[in-house]
Design a protein around this ligand. Structure first.
Ligand code: TXA
Ligand code: MG
Length: 342
């Protein structure tokens, strides 16, 4: 792809928000902050702009995009039918890190939905994200602003590393509050189905939808030939250069195991285990007792881990519910589902 000039914009500047809106109206690509991760946005109703997202990311065309709106009312223009479960979830969790999959209207281009009869919609909580959508005057299709196969971006620097010279603008809104992508729930399924865990936890979803079903792809790799409900779940989102294995068991035993492997090895660990892994190349991604800190730092830590150029990577993984389940889901995918008990 030919190089272009990437404009650097700041989310706190109203002029820069307006500039982002103008670029998006003109069919251009703008990376923008949200409370989850940075998104690579284009006018969702402009098929040729949407196709550019796929080209820039190197994203498989069969993996549909999330459409971002600034007001709940914008849902009716995109969706044929809004089931009561969708209303209940939107009322409770929007704006916020929850994406709803609903039956779509024909106005949504096939390029966005990968030809599916449904569309994924999200109303982000970050005021700057909603300001950009309003400035653009149109819903915005936005996948995470990483090259396909790289960790999701949680800072403007991550976006620059992947897209400088490849997209029209990057709007810097500082580090993302959540650090992992939104929870995805399909209300086109009956009963509703959790397709991707995230900041809105399964436990809190169940308070609204007690009969929520967890898609099998959330827990493990979909079997060959099985079609996952969220097409994105079948891709190994982030493949580090070196093989990554999750080590389960006491930290000291995990450290002994890592030291026994042919090197160089590197370890992703919790703050509390930093000393247990002494002598090994290591990156901490937050406190074991603060799952939000793990979510916030995970993708940055994975980028830093990869940069250590180790031959084998090991990771410590939280085992609880809530946000820990979402962190575990991302780590397990990064590890290609390789886990070892020590
Ligand atoms: O937090 C987020 O959701 C971020 C920010 C930018 O909003 N976006 C994001 O987009 O994570 P992406 O493209 O990386 O992930 C979208 C996920 C994929 O797993 C995709 O397969 C699924 O949502 N998805 C999109 N449309 C769908 C549909 N119609 N039915 C089922 N799954 C869908
Ligand atoms: Mg993504």
């Amino acid at each position: 792809m030919s190089r272009i000039h990437t404009v650097h914009l700041t989310a706190s500047s109203p002029d820069d928000i307006a500039a982002a809106g103008r670029l998006l109206r003109a069919g251009r690509l703008v990376a923008m902050p949200t409370e989850t991760v940075y998104g690579l946005a284009a006018n969702a109703l402009d098929a040729s702009a949407v196709v550019r997202i796929f080209e820039a990311k190197g994203r498989p065309a069969d993996n549909p995009l999330i459409v971002h709106i600034a007001e709940p009312e914008a849902l009716t223009a995109l969706c044929r039918e809004i089931p009561p479960a969708a209303l209940a979830l939107a009322q409770r969790f929007w704006p916020g890190p929850l994406t709803l999959v609903l039956p779509r209207r024909a106005i949504v281009p096939d390029a966005v939905t990968a030809g599916l009869s449904t569309v994924a919609v999200r109303l982000p909580a970050l005021p700057a994200a909603r300001a950009v959508i309003r400035a653009a005057g149109t819903p915005l299709a936005a996948p995470s602003a990483n090259l396909s196969g790289r960790p999701s971006p949680t800072t403007a620097d991550h976006v620059r590393a992947d897209f400088e010279g490849l997209i029209d603008a990057i709007l810097d809104g500082g580090p993302c509050q959540w650090g992992i992508e939104s929870t995805v729930v399909s209300v086109a399924h009956h009963p509703p189905r959790l397709l991707r865990p995230g900041g809105v936890t399964r436990e809190s979803l169940c308070e609204v939808i007690p009969n929520l079903v967890v898609d099998p792809a959330v827990r493990g790799e979909p079997a060959d030939g099985e079609t996952p409900s969220a097409p994105g779940m079948k891709y190994r989102h982030y493949a580090p250069r070196a093989p990554l294995t999750i080590l389960r068991g006491p930290a000291v035993r995990a450290a002994d195991y890592a030291r026994s492997r042919p090197g160089p090895v590197a370890v992703l660990c919790f703050d509390e285990e930093w000393n247990d892994f002494a002598g090994l190349a290591r990156v901490s991604y937050g406190s074991r007792s603060d799952p939000l800190s793990l979510a916030r730092s995970l993708f940055d830590a994975l980028r830093r881990l990869d940069a250590l150029n180790a031959r084998q990577l090991f990771a410590r993984c939280p085992e609880g519910g809530g946000v820990e389940a979402a962190v575990r889901n991302r780590l397990r995918k990064a590890a290609g589902f390789q886990t070892r008990d020590v």
